[in-house]
Write a protein that binds this ligand. Sequence first.
Ligand code: FAD
Length: 319
Amino acid sequence: MAEVLVLVELNPTGEGVRKTTLEALTAARALGEPAAVVVGGPGTAAAARAQLAEYGAQRVYVAESEEVDQFLVAPKAEVLAQLVAEKSPAAVVIPSSPEGKEIAGRLAIKTGSGFLTDVTEIAPDGTATQVAFAGATIVHSKVTVGTPIYTVRGNSVTPEPAPGAAEEEQVAVQLSDAARATRVVDRVVEQKSSRPELTEASIVVSGGRGVASAENFSVIEALADSLGAAVGASRAAVDSGYYPHTFQVGQTGKTVSPQLYIAVGISGAIQHRAGMQTSKTIVAVNKDPEAPIFELADFGVVGDLNTVVPQATEAITAR
Ligand code: FAD
């Protein structure tokens, strides 16, 4: 069976691989045997190997060197281009982070291949699905030139374990002068919150303009903490200064697909739905029974969030 290269994204905190990598490994299985590619400093692959094996990596290409971490995305694109030339894989699958999309673009130029970004599904014949215009249009496309390169949109594929041999093969890193053109001078890892990361959480509680102030977001946070959930926010809440932009869910924010999404004081505009409509179960709390979010919700509570949410938090905490 043909090999499919999957670029590994690691947790910046050093705790194994990101969920996006497990999603990419799962998506890649439609096209062939996943072969994970780890590019990083010495010892990087060791922390990732068990997870890569658990999610179906038959091989792990280890491109480690003291210097790759000193540069930005260029080393990863160069290592992938080297592997494409040496191994002739059926495709390359990369998580759709800003970094991943830049690597895909560079790799496409280097290998003379077509690439598709933000795909939500890859069919065994290589046809990729993309969602456009906030979910209003579904596009099916296929790469017709070179080695197909895909970036997989976060939370669109459910990671599924599958046994993989994860046989390691060392790759000699040969960076060009161009890859050394931009050097990292400092890295700041965001302080770790006790809450799960928004895009990886299995429960998300989001607040909207209805929360009415930054201080009142403590109501949302308390419910989230009672459930071990991440906190999200609508753009109106973010633009009003109630919550930081990094927690925005929607078309111009993050895409989440948790088991449970609780929308509190959020009307359900199409741009908000674009970031959460694939959640498995959606609960809405809104004082307006006509709010569009109720069309999407599996369960709805019509009421004032300042009454409903603290009651729910209390009941959950008491359990
Ligand atoms: P509103 O629409 O004002 O709704 C507030 C809701 O709270 C109402 O339904 C109201 O009934 C309810 N409410 C008020 N008080 C209470 C209370 N005490 N108890 C219970 N319920 C109460 N939006 C996003 O969220 N994410 C995006 O990424 C995004 N990207 C966008 C991109 C573009 C190009 C554009 C044009 C818009 C984008 N938007 C995005 C904005 C989007 O169109 C909406 O304006 C926004 O989602 C509305 O946020 P909201 O639901 O919190 O506010």
